[in-house]
Design a protein around this ligand. Sequence first.
Ligand code: FES
Length: 326
Amino acid sequence: MPLKIRLGNGEKGVLKTSDLYFIQKLLRTMRNPKTRFDSREFVEKGEDYLFNYVGKNVGGIDEGRRNFLKGIVIGVAAATVVGIIPGLRVLVPPVEQATGFPKSLLVDVSGNPLKASSIPVNSPIITLYEYPLTGEPNFLLNLGDKSGNPVSIAPVEVSVPQTGKTYKFPGGVGPNNSIVSYSAICQHLGCTPPYIHFYPPNYVGPSQLTAPEPNTLTAQALLAAKQANIPALIHCDCHGSTYDPYGGGAVLTGPTQRPLPAVILEYDSSTDYLYAIGAIGVATYPEGSDGVPSQDPTKDLDTSQYGSSVGSKTQVQASTNPFSGS
Ligand code: FES
């Protein structure tokens, strides 16, 4: 049966069954560790990389399929398709808020509940967990000042440059209200860690201007941090987008036109546990299975072609220190 889709120009359209099968196959291939899609290379080489990737790993790239893929790249294809290719998320029309995500306890690598008070302040180590779907990475940050003291993060109104709209970021949680969490997928063209990561205060300075990738800051990023009076930032080395971790993931410098979506965290002070309970910002969800914004993301996430829900627990992993080699 043809799938109704929303087109990049806001109109409705129909996805052919053969295209749907093709997309599902492509999605499986992209998620396979042996044939993983390199979003960074895609950002650098554009549609040529995508065509080569599909030709090599999926096959069947005739003229029609090439035009279909090209349609995705230039923004006339389905939001349902766009969501599966990190580098193409930019084409998904913004949605400001979604409710109904699963409530997931944050656990450590041993499966034990992560204690909020154990999260180091201003850690340079890229610390991630998946939420609300498998394969969707988010930063977990305990923010501090230049001296390493936790900073209480107040609720703030976040602007979306792409639309001019705003939404309310609820602020930090934890014993000092200093713990925040943002999507680790750059909202420009979808680069992921280590190309996008947190720069603690001691890495926000002129020496980073000449640091090797993925730790290069732009002069604009440094200036923006100074003007915003913040000691640390989140920066994407792919094209220089910079985000304010103290200000709800707001855009400090482009080319991104959208803030980093935030995961809404809940803190249980009696246990010191943290739960991910939702997301706010420019949602990469909640496109339902029929390709339109869902009223019930929990239900649609379970049947989504994007991935499966992480469920009631999600594991936090401190992966790499990107600065350790610099
Ligand atoms: S993907 Fe372009 S700045 Fe991040």
